[in-house]
Design a protein. Structure first.
Length: 326
């Protein structure tokens, strides 16, 4: 059910030169910039009596603003006592280290039991922040660092930073195949046409850029460090599969076990039993949305990836003096 609210205010002289949507986000900090932009596009914002506005219109300062806001009632998600591994917290943000088997946001097939439900229980006031403060996501079985906003102003600034590519997110992964050098994959990504749960490289997709470098070589696998410029759904997984190096264990994009020649039964069992994409968000760096102080966090590899890498090393060492490498 939609609620109607009448908002009024005056653009400050100090906001001279700001875009309309930016100025209104500062004037009405309880509402996200994306929501304000939608109101402008829907013709619900009047500036000095004018009703036909565009978000990028520049302000002179001193304009009177009137908004006939339409606020859709947020879904009533349930607060649930799900443990969160909190790496950092202050009045504005918190950073969590997400485990595997935990969905970030409720959706089809996952009505509850998510990070969002856990946030509502841990910090009940976050119910007033869109999407409970979630500004970016990790796949269900991808582990590692996520930042969450505890207030609307913090969320607005974090979303802007993400869009401006000012937030650094680095991952560790294990890919199938022996890669000879690092590089960049710059390929657009869209939802897969027949397989709606999959994504795919597609010329009509959204721009996506993934940088990667080699950390360690194994006989038939490569340990990688990756950095995202964009944040498309399944981006790293799709890009690595696109260059024929899918991630170990990836159930969607071809990460089936491919043991090297002569590998032991024990090593083959490690590969077969690794049942998720070998991907971990290990570094997060950003400017604090309120204080603008640069902050950085690190999350060590989870135990399943530690064990996988140890097995790969052991297999490689066993054959390092042999010509029978692959």
């Amino acid at each position: 059910m939609a609620q109607h609210q009448h908002l009024t205010g005056t653009v400050s002289e100090s906001q001279l030169g700001q875009r309309l949507d930016q100025a209104l986000a500062e004037l009405f900090p309880d509402y996200s910039r994306s929501r304000i932009k939608a109101w402008i596009l829907d013709g619900l914002v009047r500036v000095d009596g004018r009703g036909t506005m565009v978000p990028k219109e520049k302000m002179l300062g001193g304009e009177s603003v009137e908004i006939q806001a339409v606020i859709e009632e947020a879904p009533r998600w349930e607060a649930q006592a799900i443990p969160l591994n909190i790496v950092y917290e202050d009045d504005d943000i918190l950073v969590i280290n997400k485990p595997r088997d935990l969905v970030v946001h409720p959706g089809a097939g996952n009505a509850d039991g998510t990070v969002l439900n856990a946030l509502l229980h841990y910090f009940p006031p976050i119910v007033d922040v869109p999407r409970a403060g979630i500004v970016h996501r990790l796949d269900k079985d991808t582990t590692g660092l996520m930042v969450v906003a505890k207030t609307v102003p913090a969320q607005t600034r974090l979303v802007e930073s993400l869009q401006a590519r000012e937030i650094t997110r680095e991952y560790e992964a294990v890919a199938i195949g022996t890669m000879t050098a690092g590089g960049t994959v710059e390929q657009p990504i869209a939802r897969h046409a027949p397989k709606r749960t999959h994504m795919a490289v597609h010329p009509m997709g959204k721009p996506a850029v993934t940088h990667y470098r080699i950390m360690e070589h194994f006989r038939a696998h490569t340990r990688l460090r990756l950095r995202l410029e964009t944040g498309r759904t399944h981006q790293i997984r799709v890009h690595m599969a696109h260059i024929n190096h899918p991630l170990v264990g990836d159930p969607l994009y071809g990460g089936r076990p491919r043991p090297p020649k002569g590998a032991s039964d024990a090593f083959n069992e490690v590969l077969r039993s690794f049942d998720r994409q070998a991907l971990h968000a290990t570094l997060l760096r950003l400017y604090h949305p309120i204080t603008s102080i640069e902050m950085e966090w690190h999350a060590p590899l989870p135990q399943d990836m530690v064990a996988l890498i140890a097995a790969l090393k052991a297999d490689t060492d066993l054959f390092k003096d042999s010509m029978d490498w692959l």
